[in-house]
Design a protein around this ligand. Structure first.
Ligand code: PBG
Length: 330
């Protein structure tokens, strides 16, 4: 062997040196996932007693108010710190009045969960789509288009009603312009200057919300949400949305969905210093679970890899339907 050949051989980098045992892999692991980072979404249905499985989301249930105390305590024992609540009201109307009713389904649910486990953080989703008869996220004009500015007072009213019920974090998901500012001003005026806002800043018009719309009974009755949710093709525009929400007072920002938008998540992470959340949405969950049910994926490994990838891309907070199941194995 010539001297020069040997030099070349010893100079190549042996990446495998750092992969040879579980211990050394742990030592050099970059992205960490613990239950501390997770938020678990829950669907609460008015008039329901106990739990009702959701057909489109294997392993997830709608819960009645009477099931929430036990759920809040279970999450505490699993060290899952937070829930995100969605409501199915008893009745819907064109103004979505169930969203801001003082005795609305989510307002009632917040009290039940905080009573049972005061340390559990309750995040309230602020949107009208589960409460409007037409299923859109804001008020409609006579021609059927969504009236941005007329929706703002209703969204702000919803946020205040959630805060009054004990909600810890307000999370607007409606994608109306100016809603973070409207909500911040209303929270401050109502005596909640310390309640943080986690804005669904970059929320895309996604096919992956399909199973959620069955779970929350929130599908639009006509048209779609492309007039207010983002075009999946637009990564730079996502940053513009994020910057606007931070300027309006968002304490934390979200990218949603997660997996088809990890590039957006990484860009947002690199561009802002506020905490960043990612929502591993219903379609991402159900796709994985369907493959698991068919025996095509190993459930635990697939969930670990999915949630770790979201953390690696830059999420501080991961909102996921896998939270409870994943935390139970730690
Ligand atoms: C309300 C809302 C939706 C989701 C969260 N908040 C539905 C939608 O925008 O159509 C989707 C969550 C999921 O798919 O898990 N606007």
């Amino acid at each position: 062997m010539l001297d020069s050949d040997f030099m070349e051989l010893s100079a190549f980098k042996r990446h495998r040196r750092l992969r040879s045992s579980r211990a050394i892999r742990g030592l050099v692991r970059e992205a960490e996932l613990t239950p501390r980072h997770l938020v678990y979404p829950i669907f609460v249905e008015a008039g329901l007693s106990g739990r009702q499985p959701i057909g489109s989301m294997p392993g997830q249930d709608r819960l009645g108010i009477d099931a929430l105390a036990a759920e809040a305590r279970d999450l505490g024992s699993l060290a899952v710190p937070a829930v995100l609540l969605f409501g199915l009201p008893a009745a819907k109307d064109d103004r979505g009045s169930g969203a801001y009713a003082r005795d609305g389904i989510v307002q009632t649910a917040i009290r039940a969960m905080k009573d049972a486990n005061p340390e559990l953080l309750v995040v309230g989703d602020v949107c009208l789509c589960e409460y409007t008869s037409h299923g859109h996220c804001g008020m409609l004009r006579p021609d059927g288009s969504v009236d941005n500015d007329a929706s703002l007072p209703l969204l702000a009213e919803t946020a205040v009603s959630l805060a009054e019920a004990g909600c810890d974090i307000i999370a607007p998901s409606d994608m109306m312009d100016g809603r973070v500012s409207a909500i911040r001003q209303s929270l401050d005026a109502a005596g909640f200057p310390e309640t943080p806002i986690l804005s669904y800043a970059a929320k895309f018009a996604s096919a992956f919300y399909g199973p959620f719309r069955e779970a929350a009974d929130s599908a639009p009755q006509f048209g779609d949400r492309r007039g207010y949710q983002m075009d999946p093709a637009n990564g730079r525009m996502a940053l513009d949305e994020v910057m606007t929400d931070i300027a309006e007072g968002a304490d934390m920002v979200m990218v949603k969905p997660a997996l088809p938008y990890l590039d957006v998540l990484a860009n947002v992470r690199a561009s802002v210093d506020v905490p960043v959340a990612a929502y591993n949405v219903s379609g991402e969950y159900s796709m994985l679970m369907a493959a698991v049910q068919n025996g095509w994926l190993d459930e635990q490994r697939a969930i670990d890899e999915t949630l770790t990838s979201i953390r690696r891309a830059g999420a501080d907070i991961v909102i996921t339907y896998h939270a409870k199941q994943w935390a139970a194995r730690q």
